[in-house]
Ligand binder design. Structure first.
Ligand SMILES: Nc1ncnc2c1ncn2[C@@H]1O[C@H](COP(=O)(O)OP(=O)(O)OP(=O)(O)O)[C@@H](O)[C@H]1O
Length: 417
């Protein structure tokens, strides 16, 4: 949000922000006004002449330790926001989070800060009104939980922001807190619903996340996580609804980005699996080698493969179902309804450089040769459909494993857009 001051608002002595090519923003005091230009004595001691239209007013009272609430800022504009974030980074506890009204604005810290999200911190936020303690995702989750209990109304939390802003991480924190509040303690032997939701994440991320220019682990789908509660506020079930998976990525990858993680994981699987599924170097696959980015420093595909297989076991996927997923590399037909498509025909269709369009009538099979471009387009269209069906199937599988409670009294939904 940018509220730019009218040029006439500046007087000699006004405090202003000016954009600076090396320091991003510099602040100072107006010492001269000449028509539409102002001369500013900067706090860094240099003197700058700038157009009044490019200057932003500065709040001289802004506390160097920062503010908890954005609404406490006199001016909401780009330099003010930057200063706020800088101040937030410097403060002792209130790292990277602020409120504007009842909306929490969380800035991606790009570093792990476990001391801000551990059990002790959860205990601290339990039952405390929003705004009493420092801004935190736990405070938002607590407020939703309390309102659900006190007013007997289901709640929804919207997590919004640009790619890489930290939506997925914030959602995990919200889930952890809600799990802490509504966790079942009656059967310690059995894994709880909330545990299953969190444990299913690696599977969902393996097939729905990819490296983009902005985020090494970008979710390429929208998600609505529904936590269901009984009348006593205990979690009784959960469901994950996904929407708008980015299908084009399956067959088209820009440079510096990657296809979905699962493809690289499969290629980095232990040798016996690679041989079994007839996989190999990812650079030999057209859907993977369109981009130069194959390996990533931050992600070890071989380890991720094992972690994902483990998570598949945890969410209750049988060995046979896992094998079926692995076969996507070579035999797409296994994922299609076998009554509709003959596996042998499909194999020859996909392997042939001149794929055929075919129609099966009661009396005959009619085939028509496609030119290579049309054949490649058909192949891509098929791959996209197969992949999105696979993803939907996976989500359904996860939901069965987690267990929905059709009788639940309330729910708290977390929508990640
Ligand atoms: N609170 C946090 N603590 C530590 N690291 C974080 C936090 N939030 C984000 N990050 C880091 O930033 C990366 C990107 O965050 P995240 O995946 O949550 O973004 P996103 O908004 O969900 O992006 P996309 O829309 O592309 O999926 C994470 O992989 C993590 O490394």
């Amino acid at each position: 949000m940018a509220l730019q001051a009218a040029s006439s608002a500046f007087m000699i002595g006004s405090h202003v922000w000016l954009e600076d090519p090396s320091d991003a923003w510099v602040d100072g005091e107006v010492i001269e006004i000449n028509g539409d230009e102002i001369k500013v004595q900067c706090t860094s001691n240099k003197t700058v002449v700038a157009k009044t239209s490019t200057a932003y007013p500065k709040d001289p009272e802004f506390p160097p330790s920062g503010v908890d609430y954005m609404t406490k800022l006199a001016y909401l504009h780009e330099p003010g926001r930057n200063v706020l974030m800088l101040a937030a980074k410097c403060s002792v506890f209130n790292l990277f989070q602020t409120y504007t009204g009842s909306i929490l604005i969380a800035v991606n810290p790009f570093q792990r800060l476990p001391h801000l999200y551990d059990m002790q911190v959860m205990k601290k936020y339990n039952g405390v009104a929003l705004g009493e303690l420092s801004p935190h995702p736990f405070a938002v989750a607590d407020s939703a939980y309390r309102q659900m209990i006190n007013e007997s109304i289901s709640q929804a939390i919207l997590v919004s922001g640009e790619s890489g802003a930290g939506k997925t991480e914030s959602t995990k924190m919200l889930m952890c807190y809600l799990a802490y509040m509504g966790g079942r303690v009656d059967n310690a032997e059995e894994r709880s619903v909330e545990q299953k939701v969190l444990e299913s994440n690696p599977v969902l991320e393996g097939f729905g996340n990819a490296k983009t220019v902005r985020n090494n682990n970008s979710s390429r789908f929208g998600k609505f996580v529904e936590l269901q509660f009984d009348g006593r506020g205990r979690i009784s079930g959960a469901a994950i609804r996904t929407y708008l998976l980015e299908r084009s990525r399956v067959c088209q990858v820009s440079d510096r980005e990657r296809n979905y993680h699962c493809f690289y994981m499969l290629c980095a699987a232990p040798k016996e699996d690679v041989d079994k599924y007839k996989l190999g170097n990812p650079r030999t696959f057209h859907y993977l080698n369109q981009s130069n980015c194959i390996e990533m420093d931050a992600i070890n595909d071989a380890e991720e493969y094992l972690a994902t297989r483990k998570a598949m076991n945890v969410v209750g996927m049988s060995q046979e179902e896992q094998e079926m997923l692995s076969l996507i590399g070579e035999k797409n037909q296994t994922l299609l309804n076998p009554r509709m498509i003959n596996p042998g025909v499909m194999r020859s269709l996909l392997k042939s450089p001149y794929a055929n369009v075919f129609f099966v009538t009661r009396d005959a099979t009619i085939t028509k040769a496609l030119d290579p471009i049309a054949a490649a387009l058909s192949r891509d269209a098929l791959a996209k459909i197969v992949y999105s069906k696979l993803f939907d199937w996976l989500v359904e599988k996860i939901n069965v494993a987690i267990g929905q409670d059709m009788e639940s009294k309330f729910l708290i939904g977390v929508l990640v857009e």
